[in-house]
Design a protein around this ligand. Structure first.
Ligand SMILES: Nc1ncnc2c1ncn2[C@@H]1O[C@H](COP(=O)(O)OP(=O)(O)OP(=O)(O)O)[C@@H](O)[C@H]1O
Ligand SMILES: [Mg+2]
Length: 253
């Protein structure tokens, strides 16, 4: 019996937008519960499309996706989605943005507010709860979006280049905060990034997409917990180099 069941099971998935060209083909990917998988690939290769399929926001044209062995037939409540653009509502405070996934379904209660406060504390912006998005830096907006994705305690997070707009130091801080958060909650993560070093630092595995196909999927055998020091080790740079070489061999569409 397998100890670590798969959370996402993606079998022979293909996708075309309403009769157009095939965007994805023959995707096979199993993501065990509690693991952190990253996806890299050139712009336009189909990463966001695959994330939307995994979330049930799109349905496959071919093949099947299962979440915890149940076929995905629509948006799943088991998933928190973090978009590249933090997509906060300007007219809501940080606290109310975080509570949005709850307030869309029912009346927010004191327990929800307490949970939102704890999450804001965990992502390091508890003192900004009453501010509005226009009064936040990019990093603070990303932290708010992360807290919002976690407020319903989803067992899985799908993240689409969530830190792309941030400076290197803020990005590294957020990577560490994210790793701590998901480790403490045993969250399954599928994380899309353009940044190879980010993928290697975060992931248990890194997959690479090339023109709608997974062309590489490697285990990142670097000890956890990961720390700043590992970014400068030979093992880390060798893995980054392997992925970079594979990516530079790709032909741009
Ligand atoms: N709604 C749509 N209708 C038709 N084609 C689309 C649609 N959305 C995306 N595409 C096309 O599908 C392909 C894959 O898009 P996708 O957004 O998945 O790429 P990506 O790998 O996430 O790129 P990036 O790194 O730039 O975000 C692209 O060629 C894109 O033009
Ligand atoms: Mg994308």
């Amino acid at each position: 019996m397998s100890i670590n069941r798969d959370f996402f099971t993606i079998d022979q998935v293909g996708y075309s937008f309403s009769g157009g060209d095939k965007i994805l083909s023959g995707i096979d990917w199993h993501i065990p519960s509690g693991s952190f998988h990253c996806l890299v690939g050139r712009s336009g290769c189909g990463k966001t499309t695959l994330l939307k399929l995994a979330a049930g926001l799109l349905l496959p044209s071919e093949g099947q996706i299962h979440i915890e062995a149940a076929p995905v037939a629509g948006p799943s409540q088991k998933i928190g989605f973090v978009f590249q653009n933090p997509a906060l509502l300007d007219w809501l405070s940080v606290m109310d943005n975080v509570l949005l996934p709850i307030s869309l379904h029912r009346k927010v209660n004191e327990t929800d507010r307490q949970s939102a406060h704890e999450l804001l504390h965990l992502v390091g912006i508890a003192d900004l709860a009453d501010r509005f998005p226009a009064q936040l830096s990019g990093g603070q907006q990303s932290r708010t979006a992360l807290a919002r994705a976690l407020i319903t305690s989803p067992p899985a997070l799908l993240m689409d280049e969530p830190f792309a707009a941030l400076d290197a130091i803020t990005r590294e801080e957020l990577q560490d905060d994210l790793l701590d958060l998901v480790a403490s909650r045993d969250t399954t993560v599928l994380f899309v990034t353009h940044d190879i070093a980010e993928a290697v630092y975060l992931g248990d595995r890194v997959a690479m997409m090339d023109k709608g196909r997974i062309s590489l999927n490697i285990e990142i055998d670097i000890q956890r917990p990961r720390s700043a020091a590992c970014r400068y080790g030979k093992q880390f740079s060798d893995i980054c180099q392997t992925i970079r070489s594979a990516m530079s061999r790709q032909v741009v569409k």
